[in-house]
Design a binder for this molecule. Structure first.
Ligand code: ATP
Ligand code: MG
Ligand code: MG
Ligand code: MG
Length: 444
């Protein structure tokens, strides 16, 4: 039998802070430091402590499952790349100071990858020969480095950050759009599973032009982008309908792009006013949590990633790239889900589902009941954090509210004498006194 992950706070490493750290300007940064999820190693570079790491891994796993469902194959590319490849695409000089450049002992120029278009194109070129090798989608989830001018807001704008980047390879533009649509649809599902309302917004495609770039944005006052959209987006639920990746996905993309939504760079005030009734106009701040882009042969042509067509021609493959800010999402989810007392994790990404609070550690009846519940929850497959420390009740309550587990199960001597425990829902704040069996049923 496999037991669910379970920890005792007395044995856990969760260095919480009572005071607000002065360097944190926004709620998510403040709360991640206060809850002991991360620790800054140097500017924009973080260590992930046990609880933060659990959340990061949960988000990563949702991303992975939805990439796999859409038909993408997972690979793992290195963090360090050779400068030569980037010279071929012409980006080595263009990328500027955001790229961290490294020289090895043989004086070879290397770099810490800020993204992987060049490397994946090189891999594909080497492994693919003909039209039979496409369509193909490859992705990896790996640390990136960008020497941001102003790293800030904790993990939201780090220098080292964790990203899912995926790439599609097709024979024709038409097929390339099909791959783009698959990723578009899978992104809608990915963020919805994390409990987020995400809006795909038309994004700048740069010199290539065309319609096919979207940023996936969540609305938040602390977001760094200025965005404009129709409020009906907030009522749409991507999980309400099944996504069949074998079918034509254009209707899904059409539905999600029919209403006005644009970031500042793409915003057209006249169009906004003519297309969206005044009471439905949202003009707000947003956080970019993903970005997809169809760019044709921009990298395949210079890097020679060609395949043979069925009538013996050699053509460069049509490519797209698809990014998700996995570590940024940890902060973004907190921005969307918190109150004055702390974090309120959506269940799918919560580090643990239940926080078990022993109101009187050292009291035989309380200890015994808690040990029993702790063991039962593990057998039931419910992830649990047990506060078994000998702290005051007030300290334990405040701590559980701060770290934001979806359910708090409170066991005290008075309740036990009456055969009940207290169950609190962190999101609604609702508390109920229940017999233990009933409480366990509700958190199962
Ligand atoms: P931004 O506009 O915020 O600088 P970007 O457009 O430069 O992001 P992309 O190249 O589109 O970023 O990368 C894909 C995703 O990686 C972004 O949508 C974002 O979620 C995430 N990301 C980019 N830069 C950072 C960073 N410095 N820290 C954390 N996540 C980042
Ligand atoms: Mg950037
Ligand atoms: Mg951007
Ligand atoms: Mg972007």
């Amino acid at each position: 039998m496999r037991l669910s992950p379970a920890v005792r706070l007395s044995e856990y490493f969760m260095p919480t802070l009572k005071e607000n750290p002065s360097e944190a300007e926004i709620a998510s940064h403040r709360l991640m430091l206060r809850a002991g999820m991360v620790r800054q190693a140097s500017a924009g570079i973080y260590s992930w402590l046990p609880m933060g790491f659990r959340v990061l891994k949960k988000i990563e796993q949702i991303v992975r499952e939805e990439q796999d469902a859409a038909g993408a194959n997972e690979v793992m590319m290195p963090t360090i790349q050779s400068a030569d490849l980037w010279r071929k695409s012409g980006r080595y000089d263009d990328y500027g100071k955001e790229m961290l450049r490294i020289t090895d002992r043989h004086d070879r120029e290397m770099l810490y990858g800020p993204t992987n278009e060049e490397l994946i194109t090189d891999i594909f070129r080497d492994g693919a020969r003909s039209y039979k090798d496409v369509p193909q989608m490859l992705y990896h989830i790996q640390w990136k480095f960008r020497d941001e001018v102003r790293p800030r807001f904790g993990v939201m704008r780090g220098r080292e950050f964790y990203m899912k980047d995926g790439y599609s390879f097709d024979l024709t533009v038409e097929d390339g759009i099909k791959s783009y649509n698959k990723m578009f649809a899978s992104y809608l599902r990915t963020y919805a599973r994390m409990g987020l309302k995400v809006i795909p917004m038309r994004a700048d495609t740069g010199p290539i032009g065309g319609e096919n770039s979207h940023e996936f944005i969540i609305l938040a006052d602390t977001g760094e982008s200025e965005v404009f959209c129709h409020s009906d987006f907030l009522g749409l639920d991507p999980l309400a309908e099944k996504t069949d990746y074998k079918a034509d996905l254009q209707p899904i993309v059409d539905k999600w792009t029919a209403m006005y939504a644009a970031t500042e760079e793409m915003h057209d005030q006249a169009r906004f006013e003519s297309e969206v009734p005044e009471d439905k106009r949202i003009s707000a701040r947003g956080i970019e949590v993903g970005h997809i882009f169809f760019f044709g042969d921009k990298y395949s042509a210079p890097l020679g990633a060609v395949v043979q067509t069925s009538d013996d021609k050699q053509v460069p493959v049509q490519m797209g790239s698809y990014g998700i800010g996995v570590s940024r999402l940890v902060g973004a989810i907190i921005e969307a889900c918190h109150d004055e007392n702390g974090i309120i994790w959506p269940e799918a990404v919560a580090p643990f589902k239940v926080g078990l609070i022993n109101l009187r550690t050292g009291d035989d009846a309380c200890d015994k009941a808690c040990e029993d519940i702790f063991a039962k929850l593990q057998v039931m497959g419910v992830e649990v954090m047990y506060d078994d420390r000998s702290e005051r009740a007030g300290v334990k309550f405040a701590n559980m509210d701060l770290i934001g587990l979806p359910w708090q199960l409170v066991v005290g001597p008075k309740g036990l004498a009456n055969g009940v425990v207290e169950l609190k829902n962190r999101k609604s704040g609702e508390k109920q006194e229940l017999p233990l069996d009933k409480a366990l049923e509700l958190v199962a």
